[in-house]
Design a protein around this ligand. Structure first.
Ligand code: NAD
Length: 484
């Protein structure tokens, strides 16, 4: 309790504006809850449209000087921030567990993963290239240069409170862009602490602003209408992503959209079933199932389905559910009461339509927004959870007979973020990874995220890539200079 109290009382809880904390234009605040208890952890300042425009005034006033700052200096600020986050692993981990609910072990994993974007892009900052060629007609030279796109608005979700921010802040700062972050209202504390880290790392005032708010549109609306803002990068639901793309059209703002997923996880008849069960535990249960990359639909060859399902059920039954900050907890609560209602409705619908409950099936009684880890077998094709993101610890299993049937079912969705499959046949691995209609494919592995790889989707999972050498391009404009 004292560790929690000491951490919470030491946190920045005001807006980050101009390199320092400010209470905001109205002084209004809102509560941040612990989803394991439903109790209030603390309150944070509630940004208004006026605060948003103040952040943009600041961003605009330092955009040119930040862009002109030597890449090496920008890189070293990012690297200091990486070191500093890692010197406070336990603080960041406990904070994410408290405001988001995941277990401490998972939160520590997110600190490692999320901070890596700061290190990776500190290394990419000094490698922004260009090109120089002779015009084919021999009448001139072609010089291609890169420049930062300009002030960026970054809107992030609650499920990875650190990593969803660093995946945007890292490349944007590396490219020389100023950034205004609007973190999710359920989990603003982690991003505010990152603001402190950047202020201490020597980031010039105004380059990064952080604006928690209960009224997201009041912050994003005026910013997106202002010609000084040049880009919106968003991670969140497909519905909100579409709305932002429509709004961005008015000023033809650059956009990157990391949206919802509905990942298929296929276990072929030639798979190593034990490895597939290990992979499914990761792909399904990581982050309590509250991940855009979560395996939403498990298609299992009928010849190995009972073996896979019984082994997976045993592993899922052995998970310890509880508050994330209690030692030994595997699965924490869902983010809020609304999410628990959504997951309950999806499970009830599948069961009413004929799915078999192998374990779990509902929410336990008591405080907090928990949902018992669940395995459903024989899920019928018309169950809503095969079309919608579950975002909870629910494994939905469907049998299949042929490869063609599995691939067709996997692709039968408007989403296309990630797909997973298990096989020991190399030809099949190449054929199926080409046939799956998603931005990312995991072959014989249940986790694919890596700061060095391009993360992103196709279809209604969005466009743009975060991480890899591609990630920084989202924040760069290409300029062609014709030389005589
Ligand atoms: P959400 O769309 O409800 O909210 C995301 C962010 O958008 C929050 O900060 C929210 O305040 C803000 N927002 C909401 N309405 C807005 C509006 N009208 N204008 C401007 N901003 C607005 O999503 P969520 O529930 O926080 O996150 C879960 C979703 O995020 C899932 O669909 C998940 O798949 C997706 N997600 C995608 C990725 C990815 O990389 N593709 C990663 C993580 C989460």
């Amino acid at each position: 309790m004292t560790a929690v109290h000491d951490l919470i009382s030491s946190l920045p809880t005001d807006l980050w504006l101009g390199g320092k904390q400010t209470p905001g234009s109205t002084g209004a605040r809102f509560a941040v809850l612990n989803p394991a208890t439903g109790d209030q952890l603390t309150t944070v300042a509630d940004a208004t449209s006026q605060d948003a425009l103040t952040a943009l005034d600041l961003a605009d006033s330092v955009q040119s000087s930040w862009a002109a700052t030597p890449a090496r200096e920008r890189a070293e600020i990012l690297r200091r921030a990486f070191d500093s986050v890692n010197s406070r692993v336990e603080d960041f981990a406990l904070l994410m567990t408290l405001e988001m609910g995941k277990s401490l072990q998972e939160s520590r994993g997110e600190v490692a993963y999320g901070s890596e974007f700061l290190r990776w892009f500190s290394e990419e900052a000094v490698r922004i290239g260009g090109r120089f060629t002779q015009a084919p007609a021999g009448n001139g030279r072609i010089l291609v240069t890169k420049k930062p796109v300009g002030p960026v608005l970054a809107i992030t979700p609650w499920n990875f409170p650190l990593a969803m921010g660093t995946r945007k802040i890292g490349p944007a700062l590396a490219a020389g862009c100023t950034v205004i972050v609007k973190p999710a209202e359920d989990t603003p504390l982690t991003m505010l602490l990152l603001g402190q880290i950047f202020a201490d790392a020597g980031l010039p005032a105004g380059v990064l602003s952080i604006l928690p708010t209960l009224n997201a549109a009041a912050v994003s609306g005026p910013l997106m209408a202002d010609p000084r803002l040049r880009k919106v990068t968003f991670t969140g639901s497909t519905g909100v992503g579409k709305l932002l793309v429509r709004n961005a059209a008015d000023r033809l703002l650059r956009t990157s959209m990391e949206l919802g997923g509905n990942a298929p996880f296929i276990v072929f008849d030639d798979a190593d079933v034990d490895a597939a069960v290990d992979g499914a535990m990761l792909a399904k249960m990581r982050n309590g199932g509250e991940a855009c990359t979560a395996a939403n639909r498990l298609y299992v060859a009928n010849s190995v389905r009972e073996e896979f399902t019984s082994k997976l059920t045993a592993r899922i039954e052995a998970l310890t559910v509880g508050a994330g900050d209690i030692g030994g907890t595997d699965i924490g609560p869902l983010i809020n009461a609304k999410q628990r209602t959504t997951v309950t409705a999806l499970v009830d619908d599948a069961v009413a339509k004929g799915a078999t409950v192998r374990t779990g099936g509902g929410a336990p009684h008591g405080a907090g927004f928990f949902f018992t880890p669940t395995v459903l077998d024989d899920v019928p094709a018309d169950a809503n959870l095969l079309r919608e993101e579950i975002f909870g610890p629910v494994a939905a299993i469907v049998g299949f007979d042929t490869e063609a049937e599995a691939v067709a079912a996997a692709n039968d969705t408007q989403y296309g973020l990630v797909s997973y499959f298990y096989t020991r046949d190399l030809d099949r691995a190449m054929r199926v990874s080409a046939a799956l209609d998603s931005g990312m494919v995991g072959v014989n592995r249940g986790a694919i995220s890596d700061a060095a790889a391009p993360f992103g989707g196709v279809k209604e999972s969005g466009f743009g890539r975060e991480g890899g050498t591609e990630g920084i391009e989202e924040y760069l404009e290409t300029k062609y200079v014709a030389l005589q």
